[in-house]
Write a protein that binds this ligand. Structure first.
Ligand SMILES: Nc1ncnc2c1ncn2[C@@H]1O[C@H](COP(=O)(O)OP(=O)(O)OP(=O)(O)O)[C@@H](O)[C@H]1O
Length: 501
């Protein structure tokens, strides 16, 4: 741990709004923070300040976030601020798993169930049992699991599934009727139970159940949640929100931080509703703070990002950012004849940046979907540039390998060691959330790819707009937007530029 900091030290380097957030240690606090506005800086300094001035008991302080990477970042920044190791910074899943393990023996003699990482065998058997058909293909299997996941994080019980689908015009995957899908959901749960297995959502559901039904165990758990901070609150699901309510049990020492413009997991049950409604739900709030200075990006990138949001029908919910940085290069927009021309064009530009002293680790190529990455990797390989790939695995990683297998998480250790500095990053936009790069190349900015599937309006289009915003705001210095007219030079239909460009 670093040397002990005074309370004054802990407020240094915060701007006026960040300072207000940090010193408001009591009561409900909402921080709406735009991209690069220092939300992580603000919440870590707030926690450190509150502990240093003894307003909070570190051993009863919990900060939760969504991914293992973000939790690691919170922990390492708190350590640098001299915060006691007693403060817990974890993902929702990891915090709940530890709480559940701690009280398990008090409530049952049964073995603690195994957290299954691969749920496909359970789903394949459930699907066969209900439909009498062969194994679902890998895409169907993924879609079926996504659907079960969605029902669980949205707190929709199998018996309510058909009614919800009818009301929201939702079609179940694998061409199933809604009643059959409801049966698959139940059969999936039965399969898991028969094997003593639970999934990630069950960790949260079971913790909710313990908090609701077992008073002594609930008190033991709540004892550790005296002061709660929830990061990335725009991505909270109804299930996570329920857990948070049960942790708090009507007490008000909660701080949430998020950005409604960065909700990019709505398809998986995330909702910015709770962030936007916080001032009503927790009224009266002690502080309602907006952080709209983007310290990360140049004025050119920031004004490009603002323009993307300004065309949204939901723009009233979004912050308009400003940049205190010096002017940087203009946003570069390129049109290429084919995907390969685009990939080679991007790689040539990266070579030029490297020849002028940029480090490979400062450059990132961002794609809307995994499938766009192959051609980018081919072009990088041909140019002899080393790279690393971050794909969507459907979910932000919310529990570490260590917690699953009791072994060290190599991914986490590599991140903490700062490995990958010598590599260009090729990443989907989803997987790049929360990261920053000096030079960002956002490829495939054509209708069909971004917005993906070209929805004409509505929630799907707005989610695509927010994805574009997240992508653009990863850039601190230079931003390169590009698309290709056709898949290859001759075949395929002519593409038109993205409406967001
Ligand atoms: N008051 C400040 N003065 C100078 N720089 C700041 C200030 N606050 C934040 N920054 C810098 O801005 C950048 C973004 O801060 P931080 O990583 O805390 O952002 P964030 O809001 O969590 O980002 P995002 O939500 O976009 O992922 C960092 O480089 C940070 O050092």
């Amino acid at each position: 741990m670093s040397e002990r900091k005074t309370t004054d030290d802990l407020l240094e380097g915060l701007d006026a709004s960040q300072h207000t957030a940090a010193v408001t240690v009591d009561g409900p606090v909402r921080i709406i923070a735009g991209a690069g506005a220092g939300k992580t800086r603000t919440i870590t300094h707030r926690i450190a300040y509150a502990c240093a001035c003894q307003a909070w008991d570190p051993s009863r302080t919990l900060a939760v976030t969504f991914s293992v990477k973000a939790a690691g970042e919170l922990r390492s920044r708190l350590t640098k601020l001299g915060v006691s190791e007693e403060v817990t910074a974890a993902t929702f899943h990891s915090a709940a798993l530890h709480q559940l393990r701690r009280v398990w023996a008090d409530i049952t003699d049964a073995y603690f169930p195994q957290v299954a990482e691969d749920l496909r065998p359970f789903m394949a058997r459930a699907f066969q049992r209900v439909t009498g058909l062969d194994d679902p293909d890998p895409i169907q299997l993924r879609d079926l699991l996504d659907e079960v996941n969605w029902t669980k994080v949205s707190l929709i019980a199998p018996e309510e599934y058909s009614r919800v689908c009818a009301a929201t015009h939702r079609n179940p995957p694998a061409a199933l009727e809604t009643s059959k899908m409801a049966d698959v959901i139940e059969a999936f749960e039965t399969e898991k139970t028969a094997h003593g297995a639970i999934d990630f959502n069950d960790i949260l559901l079971m913790t909710c159940h313990v908090l609701e039904e077992f008073e002594e165990a609930a008190q033991k758990i709540r004892q550790q949640v005296g002061w709660l901070t929830v990061d990335e609150y725009q991505d909270v699901s109804p299930l996570q929100h329920r857990l948070m309510e049960l942790w708090l049990n009507k007490q008000s020492s909660v701080c949430v931080v998020g950005d409604p413009a960065q909700t990019i997991y709505s398809f998986a049950g995330a909702s910015s509703y709770y962030l936007l409604d916080f001032d009503h739900e927790f009224a009266p709030v002690s502080a309602d703070i907006q952080l709209n200075t983007d310290y990360r990006s140049t004025p050119q990138v920031v004004s490009y990002a603002n323009r993307i949001l300004s065309a949204s029908p939901e723009r009233a919910d979004y912050l308009k950012l400003s940049s205190p940085k010096e002017d940087g290069p203009r946003v570069n927009c390129m049109r290429y004849p084919s995907d390969m021309d685009e990939a080679q064009g991007v790689v040539r530009r990266i070579e030029r940046l490297l020849s002028r002293g940029a480090q490979p680790g400062q450059c990132a190529i961002l794609t809307r979907i995994n499938a766009q990455q192959k051609i980018m990797c081919t072009a990088l390989k041909q140019a002899g540039i080393h790279y690393r790939v971050r794909t969507d695995n459907g979910w932000q990683r919310s529990i570490s390998a260590a917690e699953l297998s009791q072994l060290d998480s190599t991914e986490l250790i590599a991140t903490l060691r700062g490995e990958g500095e010598g590599l260009v990053t090729v990443s989907t936009i989803h997987a790049a959330k929360g990261l920053e790069f000096n030079h960002v190349f956002l490829v495939g900015c054509s209708e069909g790819l971004l917005p993906f599937g070209s929805p004409q309006s509505g929630a799907a289009l707005e989610e695509e707009r927010r994805l574009m915003y997240v992508a653009v705001t990863r850039a601190s210095e230079s931003l390169h937007i590009s698309f290709a007219d056709r898949k290859d030079g001759t075949g395929g239909g002519q593409r038109s530029p993205s409406r967001f460009v």
